[in-house]
Write a protein that binds this ligand. Structure first.
Ligand code: AMP
Ligand code: MG
Length: 425
């Protein structure tokens, strides 16, 4: 797609018309990050829905509200080990008439002047309205002496006090954490309707790439992007198929792309820049991929491309490992979240404090690798030395991407910035 510049509308900005779309472009004439993300999310609609057994639903995203099937707790139960009593009887010495243990209720109703020994989680028998903790009584084998009064309802968890049958226990569009799985299971849910996991093909391209364990011939480097992207995208809920890397050679590249285009999402690395051996976009075009954008005003990762073929989303990440990683965070993961039906798919930036000054880039938004540390109440970000996009060893030590927005001058040490956590669980 070629963008035709129309008119400057404000200092540093232009409006371009391409078909009937209007793009706000950065000073370098490229799509801004926000515009590019919007283009991606417009095309990342939730996938189909399937029933998933609760035992296999961890990490999946709910497609519909999950409704509880039972009241929770399902019966009035004791919050303490002690004695179930009638509040109106107290203070008194009560006759112990039986026991209600967890899973083994007292069968009968509590009469005036009686008490039932009860354990935490056991059914509060009919007739009883309160529980006296064992610490507050003097008891013999047959009787229990209670010196104080209690309020009716003390230490009793009412039936349905957490949730009633039919209540929404997990909302639609939520990733099922262990605690949410527990909530659904406690409410009697055995199966959850979830959005299908996106199937992602990861394909590294480049004739210089060699697998780990091989010896390097002159000019070769070890291939890193497949395992890096596969790990990052699996963590975002994808089912990843790692394709064998393809060389910068038309026929084999096209064959590899054709196979990989069967996925819901194709993520390539390398071959999308302006070099003579950057063949990915052209090969994709020949295979029917409609390019939505190419090049975004960010650093690193500028030459990123995005297109669609039918329902398949096609991301071309640059080959430098750091660029590929940043591109996966800013574009691919948001798309995966949207495909899974998450309601808030964009990266979740948090505020933090910059430890050292950073110069801003006039044209492009920069994503600076940093380490985060807690200092009192503040979260402090230490930019790493060595910010070039091929420096994966230095970047590997980072747990934060600091967003340095485009503009003049520098961000002073101590200023508040937005940052994205990367690489952690
Ligand atoms: P490209 O985007 O193809 O121009 O590649 C940019 C740089 O990244 C080059 O130095 C490549 O050798 C390197 N590179 C490309 N793909 C990979 C990969 N899968 N693993 C490691 N480095 C790569
Ligand atoms: Mg290349």
């Amino acid at each position: 797609m070629s963008l035709q510049l129309i008119e400057p509308v404000a200092a540093g900005y232009f409006v371009a018309r391409s078909h009937d779309l209007r793009y706000a472009l950065g000073m370098d004439g490229l799509l801004t990050l926000e515009e590019a993300q919007e283009r991606v999310l417009e095309r990342a609609r939730p996938l189909s829905v399937e029933a998933v057994p609760i035992l296999a639903a961890g990490g999946r995203v709910t497609a519909e509200d999950v409704l509880g099937r039972v009241d929770l707790p399902p019966f009035a139960s004791s919050a303490m080990d002690g004695f179930a009593v009638r509040a109106a009887d107290l203070p008194a010495t009560l006759r112990i008439v039986g026991e209600s243990a967890a899973g083994r209720p007292y069968e009968g109703s509590l009469e005036v002047g009686g008490a039932v020994a009860i354990s935490t989680g056991a059914v509060v028998p009919g007739g009883a309205d309160s529980v006296i903790p064992v610490e507050y009584v003097v008891n013999t084998e047959n009787s229990v002496e209670v010196e104080q009064t209690v309020q009716s309802g003390a230490h009793v968890r009412p039936r349905g006090g957490d949730a009633a049958a039919g209540d929404v226990v997990v909302q639609a569009g939520t990733r099922l954490t262990p605690a949410l799985l527990a909530a659904a299971a406690a409410s009697g849910v055995a199966e959850v309707r979830c959005t299908r996991r996106p199937r992602v093909a990861v394909l590294a391209t480049g004739s210089e790439l060699v697998a780990a364990g091989e010896d390097l011939a002159p000019g070769q480097i070890y291939e890193t992007n497949t395992l890096m992207l596969a790990g990052a995208l699996e963590a975002a809920g994808a089912e990843v198929r790692s394709e064998p890397p393809a060389p910068d050679e038309e026929a084999s590249l096209r064959a590899a792309l054709e196979r990989a285009l069967e996925a819901d999402v194709l993520v390539t690395s390398g071959g999308v820049s302006v070099g003579e051996h950057d063949l990915v976009r052209e090969a994709e075009r020949e295979l029917g991929v409609e390019e939505i954008f190419w090049r975004v005003s960010i650093k690193p990762g500028k030459p990123v491309s995005f297109g669609v073929r039918g329902e398949t989303l096609v991301f071309g990440l640059p080959g430098n490992p750091v660029s590929a990683l940043v591109g996966s965070e800013l574009f691919v993961k948001p798309a995966l979240r949207a495909l899974q039906g998450l309601t808030d798919p964009l990266p979740r930036f948090e505020p933090g404090r910059l430890a050292t000054a950073l110069r801003r880039n006039e044209e492009r938004d920069e994503f600076v690798r940093a380490r985060s540390r807690v200092d009192g109440d503040a979260l402090v970000l230490e930019p790493l030395v060595g910010q070039e996009s091929h420096m994966i060893v230095r970047s590997g030590a980072a747990d934060a991407l600091v967003h340095v927005s485009r503009g003049n001058g520098e961000l002073a040490a101590g200023s508040t910035v937005r940052w994205l956590r990367v690489g952690s669980a």
